[in-house]
Design a protein around this ligand. Structure first.
Ligand code: ADP
Ligand code: MG
Length: 243
């Protein structure tokens, strides 16, 4: 079976600035891969390339065996299998929670209202927010908004979930609820690529941890190796700052 994500030789530059300098990465079905590394190392750019929010300059990215970098591929179709959760939630502020979860299901997947609402309610339940279907985003805490964003992504039945620092904008006491939803997803077998500064989460949930610095993967392997016993000086220095 082909990996869910297979990246080879990925390069991305913004003008003169070479941000990704040749990334190789595989995510197998059901795996959780956590990406760690200092600010500016290219983590978000890597994630954004995986669903083609950024166009690579070089290299290949395949998701579920479909080569996204192939100019003949229908990117919109390929993207449908990928859910993304951002640091800043990105909910539609003028729509209630339920409508936030149904709009793309109806527009993109052409589900009827009844089915979309049923799936939305199932996913709200999954993230512990059954009672918030009628609320507006502004009535929710940051942690609740982020769980709505996760439920919205799940409502599209993704094969792969991308998380870009999903807890970085949250007050410390709200981080745990979001991480426990992510932990539960991992246990259910969701394939996940997660950029995070939550080392405890990475340690406990990741199958593979990847340390990036300066647009390259410096070190990757199981968490007990990369976080517990890093071999590279740059990894050791980074961890000594964040742990
Ligand atoms: P990280 O997520 O690890 O903090 P990013 O991938 O966001 O890093 O950014 C890596 C580098 O690329 C940074 O120097 C950032 O300023 C630059 N960068 C990111 N996006 C853009 C863009 N759209 N245009 C120009 N430079 C960008
Ligand atoms: Mg980032």
């Amino acid at each position: 079976m082909s990996p869910v994500v297979e990246i080879t030789g990925l390069q991305k530059a913004f003008g003169e600035l070479q941000v990704l300098k040749g990334i190789d990465l595989q995510v197998e079905r059901g795996q959780v891969v956590c990406v760690i590394g200092p600010s500016g190392s290219g983590k978000s750019t890597l994630l954004r390339c995986v669903n083609m929010l950024e166009e690579p300059n070089n290299g290949t990215i395949a998701v579920n065996g479909t080569e996204l970098t192939d100019p003949d591929v229908d990117i919109d179709a390929a993207r449908r299998s990928i859910g993304m959760v951002f640091q800043s939630f990105n909910l539609f502020s003028h729509l209630c929670v339920l409508d936030n979860l149904t709009v793309a299901q109806r527009k993109v997947l052409k589900r009827d209202k009844e089915e979309a609402e049923r799936i939305a309610r199932d996913n709200l339940k999954r993230v512990g927010l059954s009672d918030k279907a009628g609320s507006m985003p502004s009535q929710l805490s940051g942690g609740q908004q982020q769980r709505v964003a996760i439920a919205r992504a799940l409502s599209m039945n993704p094969d792969l979930m991308l998380f870009d620092e999903p807890t970085s904008a949250l007050d410390p006491e709200l981080v745990g609820d979001v991480l426990s939803v992510m932990r539960q997803l991992a246990e259910e077998g969701m394939t996940m690529l997660v950029v995070t500064h939550e080392m405890q989460f990475a340690r406990e949930v990741a199958d593979v941890v990847l340390f990036m610095d300066g647009g390259v993967v410096v070190e990757q392997g199981p968490p007990e190796q990369v976080i517990g016993n890093p071999q590279q000086q740059r990894t050791q220095t980074f961890l000594s700052r964040v742990l």
